[in-house]
Design a protein around this ligand. Sequence first.
Ligand SMILES: NC(=O)c1ccc[n+]([C@@H]2O[C@H](COP(=O)([O-])OP(=O)(O)OC[C@H]3O[C@@H](n4cnc5c(N)ncnc54)[C@H](OP(=O)(O)O)[C@@H]3O)[C@@H](O)[C@H]2O)c1
Length: 509
Amino acid sequence: MASKSDVLICTTLQCKTVQEMVTSMDTAKTEGADLAELRIDSLSVFDILLDVEKLIKQKSLPVIVSFRLGGKEDKRTCFRVLERALELNADFIELELEVASEFLANVNLDNYPNSKMIVSCHVDGTPIKDELSLIVAQLQSTGADIIKLTFDAVYITDAAQVFHLLSHCQVPLIACALGDRGLISQLLCPKFGGFLVYGTIGSNPVPGLPMLGTIRHVYKVENLNVDTKVFGLIANPVGHSKGPLLHNPAFHHAGYNGIYVPFRVDSMEEFFRIYSHPDFAGFSVGIPHKEGAVRCCDEVHPLAKSIGAVNTIVRRPTDGKLVGYNTDCEASITAIEDALRASRSANGGPSETSPLSGKLFVLVGAGGAGRALAFGAKSRGARLVIFNRNYARAKALALAVSGEALPYEEINGFCREKGMILANATAVGMQPNTDQTPVAKEALGAYELVFDSVYTPRNTRLLREAEEVGAIVVSGVEMFIRQAIGQFNLFTDGKAPEEFMRKVVLTRF
Ligand SMILES: NC(=O)c1ccc[n+]([C@@H]2O[C@H](COP(=O)([O-])OP(=O)(O)OC[C@H]3O[C@@H](n4cnc5c(N)ncnc54)[C@H](OP(=O)(O)O)[C@@H]3O)[C@@H](O)[C@H]2O)c1
């Protein structure tokens, strides 16, 4: 196995005063930074050279002293700041490409063996590949110890340019695709040999940059190397995802060399065209891509095909083909079955056949989760009645599973028999609307078991009221845990640390 990465974790500090910068540096250190970039141009100063001296004397971390150019006057100030930083043995100084040769014509770096020089360039917009290679050549020709290139990511696929440059560069390179869609350029750069990863301190989030604490404790980027397999959630938006908080600790716990990141994807086709390397090994799929994912896969598991939604994609190692699955279905149905079995065994022993067989399964909701539940229940021999706000959608699903569709308004008066199963697959009751419920308490007495796919909150109003009338209740958290375990097993060929994953969800989510 390749060795660990020696990537540094850096935070950029822009502060009005020296004191604020020193305090922020201390915070950054506490949160896991190895290095702080001090943006001297951000200080509102009276004596800039004195301030540089104070900062270097009080530093709690190795520092990059940088000064971004603005007006005409700035160049002179910039040079004075950087020269002073060199005299004070700053660990790194950073200057921009456009002034690098002028600065170096006047300063002999051999006199400052303790400081390393970074020459940087920011390209406005997203440059084309050849343009970037040209800039990298220019940066290298300055003789800098480390070179740095940043540009704006319009699409997540732009970050691939960072990985390409990192893999081919002859000198240490810092490269960053900026913005929300460029986040993976930071999280994955240690795999491709990046010199450092930028993160932000918790109190000062910046869109598109990970937090220092998350880099250190969730992604553990120092463990990445060239062999690391990349997994992640393809969705849009994707910022709310809890997947990284579960899958990364699980990889670590299982001793599996993988990382799980958020992929904010606009076009799945384009994403898979660009990220076609075998190391981009597996994907969860979220809103709005679950249905489109069926078309993007080379092969789709029959169950996922019937459901019409893929929530997991694995790149098959043997031939690189993308294979689609749906782990929502088994996750929700086995959670319901296990709860019924547990109650039956308490009342007289388990049975071989599914406890759902022959049961009347009342489903509210006909979206992605509803379809997974409907096909799962049908596969276990249950009879289905489907309610959905959009009646046409309920009818289409009922037709697909040989069930019956009824108007949404009739759910509270529905009581065809005793001991039915109720499954909520709508978003009703989900945060922030936790006071809502899809079925009135008075109607719940007819159900033996009530399942709610909503998992935020864990205990919904529907579940609380069902429990009050004596039904068995199953939370959406159970489905969440099981679908994640199912995904992890598909990603790693059956290595999910189930108890650990369950504990992570129940204690940290
Ligand atoms: N526990 C888990 O692991 C897990 C996994 C996936 C999903 N879920 C949960 O399942 C729920 C549905 O997700 P999904 O992926 O199926 O979403 P989806 O495809 O967008 O479907 C949303 C469903 O909710 C219904 N709905 C939304 N707002 C409603 C309202 N105000 N009143 C009545 N019905 C309403 C929709 O009815 P219309 O067709 O009439 O719009 C549709 O049936 C969400 O709460 C989600 O968090 C949980």
